[in-house]
Design a protein around this ligand. Structure first.
Ligand SMILES: Nc1ncnc2c1ncn2[C@@H]1O[C@H](COP(=O)(O)OP(=O)(O)OP(=O)(O)O)[C@@H](O)[C@H]1O
Ligand SMILES: [Mg+2]
Length: 263
């Protein structure tokens, strides 16, 4: 679904990514770890085509987007939802228009259809009642959930999360992580999750969502080997991938840098 082939990216004189290669298969979750400034957000911006690599190739769902024009990128981006660091809502727009922003811009759907899609995704994040509120009226956690609803509109197959749990209390963080697990296991989305938050990452790597008998969704950590084997970690250091592997390998790594990060 997403592939980097030998991607290099510099800003001014600083090489941020040096010949980076990785693949994310359909339905897989890739968790990107690394210090502040290691290039995590840069990877997401390259996937969206917001910036271009200096060399190498980026393939999204079989299309080489490396040299695509803005116009060609529109259809690629339609299939990718992005949850920005801090939520990044438009303060002057109510929740309804923030969530429906992309569909309103595209202008291909009737207003009623857009409203229906917006309501559906606000329901998914448990915020139906906030539809007519302004962002200033929302708590930090609610803003993040609105940011997730906005990424879901149009039902993209890929979702990119940039630090979706940073600065949240443990309970709100748990709510966000459960939404991410629900999207992975109930909707089959492919995702990339950029984070410093190893606790959130470990929940994503060890729990899965299943329908309970009462019709609710239960989060379990036993017997989900098949789902959980589709979660991989990358750690960035000095422009390189210094670790690639599953949750178990991450915790068992003898590499000093990885060990200091994990501990
Ligand atoms: N548009 C830009 N112009 C110049 N330098 C940039 C630009 N974008 C990123 N950089 C630089 O590239 C490096 C990587 O930035 P990036 O935002 O990808 O880091 P990050 O891993 O997401 O960090 P954080 O965890 O703090 O969000 C940093 O040194 C940053 O200053
Ligand atoms: Mg960042």
């Amino acid at each position: 679904m997403i592939e980097f082939q030998d991607v290099t990216k510099s800003f001014d004189d600083e090489v941020v990514l040096k010949n980076i290669s990785f693949k994310v298969q359909r339905g897989e979750t890739l968790i990107i770890l690394g210090e502040s400034g290691s290039g995590k957000s840069t990877v997401l911006k390259l996937i969206l085509g917001l910036i271009k690599p200096d060399s190498g190739k980026i393939i999204i769902d079989g299309s080489d987007i490396t040299d695509m024009s803005e116009r060609e990128l529109v259809s690629i981006r339609r299939n990718i939802g992005m949850v920005f660091q801090e939520g990044a809502l438009f303060d002057s727009l109510p929740v309804r228009d923030n969530v429906g922003y992309r569909l309103n811009e595209e202008g291909t759907l009737e207003e009623m259809e857009i409203d229906r899609d917006v309501e559906k995704h606000l329901g998914f994040v448990g915020l139906e009642e906030a539809i007519d509120k302004m962002p200033v009226e929302l708590s930090g956690g609610m803003k993040r959930r609105v940011g997730i609803a906005r990424a879901l509109v149009g039902s993209p197959e890929v979702i990119l999360y940039d630090e979706p749990t940073a600065g949240l209390d443990p309970i709100t963080k748990r709510t966000i992580v459960e939404l991410m697990i629900k999207l992975r296991d109930m909707e089959g989305v492919t995702s990339i999750f950029v984070t410093h938050d190893l606790h959130a990452a470990s929940i994503i790597a060890t729990e899965y969502a299943a329908s309970a008998e009462d019709g609710n969704i239960a989060y379990k950590s036993e017997g989900g080997a098949k789902i959980l084997s589709s979660i991989n970690f990358i750690m960035l250091m000095d422009g390189k991938i210094c670790f690639y592997g599953g949750y178990r390998e991450l915790n068992a790594s003898e590499e000093p840098y990885v060990k200091s990060f994990v501990n």
